[in-house]
Structures are given as C-alpha cells and as structure tokens.
Unconditional design. Structure first.
Length: 64
C-alpha cells in the first residue's frame, strides 16, 4: 500500500542521497533510503540476537 505524505526535508541531503543511491526521483530516493534503513536495522538486530555465541562482538550502531 502506498500513501501520500508531505514532509519538510533538507534539499541538499535529499540530493546527496539521490546521487549516492542513483535513484531517478525524490520519491524513489526516500523509498530506497527507508528500505535500506529497515534492512540494516533488521540485520543489526539479528546479529545482536545471535551474539551470545560471540560475546566480544560490539555493535557500532546501538549502544546498550
């Protein structure tokens, strides 16, 4: 399901993200950035959950 939203965004940050992600539109840029954030967070949580086998592993993105 897609929804229409209105946000105030930093234009330079949006353009930088568009350039790095190689997306064609601002909408594609926001969608791809959100996808990557969700995938990264899911990966970080899965690694943290499984870190009992690796107690010395440190998550650089989440301080506990």
């Amino acid at each position: 399901m897609k929804v229409r939203k209105n946000y105030w965004l930093d234009a330079e940050l949006l353009e930088h993200a568009r350039s790095l992600l190689e997306t064609r539109t601002e909408t594609e840029t926001v969608a791809e950035a959100l996808r990557r954030v969700v995938e990264g967070e899911e990966l970080a949580r899965a690694l943290a959950k499984g870190r009992a086998g690796f107690p010395d592993w440190a998550d650089p993105y989440h301080v506990e």
